[in-house]
Design a protein around this ligand. Sequence first.
Ligand code: DX5
Ligand code: ZN
Length: 229
Amino acid sequence: MKQFLIAPSILSANFACLGEDIKQVLSAGADIIHFDVMDNHYVPNLTIGPMVLKSLRKYNITAPVDVHLMTKPVESLIPKFAKAGANFITVHPESTNNLSITLQNIRDCGCKSGVVLNPNTSINCLDYILDKLDLIVLMSVNPGFGGQCFISSTFDKLKYVKKKIQNSSYKILLEVDGGIKLHNIADIALAGADILVVGSAIFNSLDYISVITSIRKKLDKVSKIINYI
Ligand code: DX5
Ligand code: ZN
């Protein structure tokens, strides 16, 4: 059966007790930690850097960490995040002068590489970089803030990119980021997502176990449907 991965975005976590908050979502059943890095330049918000990731690793957080870089320039941060303990590092095409070289740099640092496409970014660039990708992230909100509404045109993009991956010889994971809630997560998984980033819907709830269990149940149902098809 297909195993979907739940990736809480720590943008909506309590930064006053980040390590503890992360341990709680992991013990409630989350698979991957989604680490949003914003520079107040590429996006109008400012968050956290590699020092925070290093501290989380020291705090015995061993789960895979997916670092989403929303910074411009982006290049010099890649080795720093790799050294701090990142597993996946993803970049936006608009943030680098040479996307292909930047993706190769991520792999050379020992991490899985990914590209993140904004809602209004064309998927055409994928044709030239498929061999450099372990992960494609489709933004379903404009990057910068948690708690926004899911942009529904993502569904068509998602189905199209899923087919593109399936028709290629590459093993590339597909992630969707932004506006994912209990009411739309099953449709997003059914349309082709492998990794579901969920921020505010998890961290704004009072009971992580109950919300992640409900998400898992929805995803398990989708796995059964996919198995059946
Ligand atoms: C937006 C971030 C997302 C977002 C997800 O720029 O990349 O990871 O915070 O949070 P929700 O689930 O609240 O949209
Ligand atoms: Zn993100």
